[in-house]
Design a protein around this ligand. Structure first.
Ligand SMILES: Cc1cc2nc3c(=O)[nH]c(=O)nc-3n(C[C@H](O)[C@H](O)[C@H](O)COP(=O)(O)O)c2cc1C
Length: 178
């Protein structure tokens, strides 16, 4: 059984993280969800807590139960950190080493393999800033970016690049990284 930290960002695709958490738990893994504050506009901690069978970390206030900061403790136990979905903003924070929330702080403390599953509008993905951040992350040891899909109907109503890869592919990639 592996310890999988599932980072969830503020994307319309965030609800798919609930399915990923559920499948990983059914495969016998220990799953901990860490959400950005914006992710909570898209998916509830109650859903993620119930499906992951663990408390969800959403803000630093969630970390008052232990003298060791939970984001540090989780980072030290993680066998893999998967960001599902990864927003342009969180990828930028990761690339630049900014840590304004529990997820980005955990990312800096983490030494396990990092799988990044981007989901965003095609123009956001193809923006030079996002592409540069993706290149920085790809070049970093232990980091893999999977997706986004090259084509498909996006939540913003246009056809194009930017969709999150399938839940099947996400689960397969996480298992393969363990
Ligand atoms: C309805 C809606 C959908 C959004 N979907 C995405 C998305 O798929 N990908 C993305 O990068 N940003 C998306 N955003 C913008 C992010 O929520 C915004 O950049 C936010 O600051 C991301 O915060 P986080 O990285 O801390 O989660 C969306 C915003 C709204 C209002």
């Amino acid at each position: 059984m592996a310890t999988i930290v599932l980072g969830v960002c503020g994307s319309i695709a965030a609800y798919k993280a609930a399915d990923v958490a559920s499948r990983l738990v059914k495969l016998g893994h220990e799953v901990h969800c860490v959400c950005t504050p914006t992710a909570l506009q898209f998916v509830t901690p109650l859903t993620l807590m119930t499906l992951s069978r663990n408390p969800v970390i959403t803000t630093f206030e969630d970390e008052t139960g232990s003298w060791v900061p939970v984001h540090i403790e989780l980072a030290s136990r993680a066998d893999v950190l998967a960001i599902v979905p990864a927003s342009a903003n969180t990828m930028a924070c990761m690339a630049q080493g900014l840590a304004p929330n529990a997820l980005t702080s955990l990312y800096l403390a983490n030494r396990a393999p990092v799988l990044i599953f981007p989901a965003m509008n095609g123009n956001m993905w193809n923006h030079p800033a996002t592409q540069q951040n993706a290149s920085i992350l790809r070049a970093r040891s232990g980091h893999t970016i999977i997706g986004p899909e090259d084509a498909g109907m996006l939540a913003c109503g246009v056809e194009g690049q930017g969709r999150l890869v399938s839940v099947d592919k996400i689960v397969e990639s996480i298992i393969a990284a363990l």
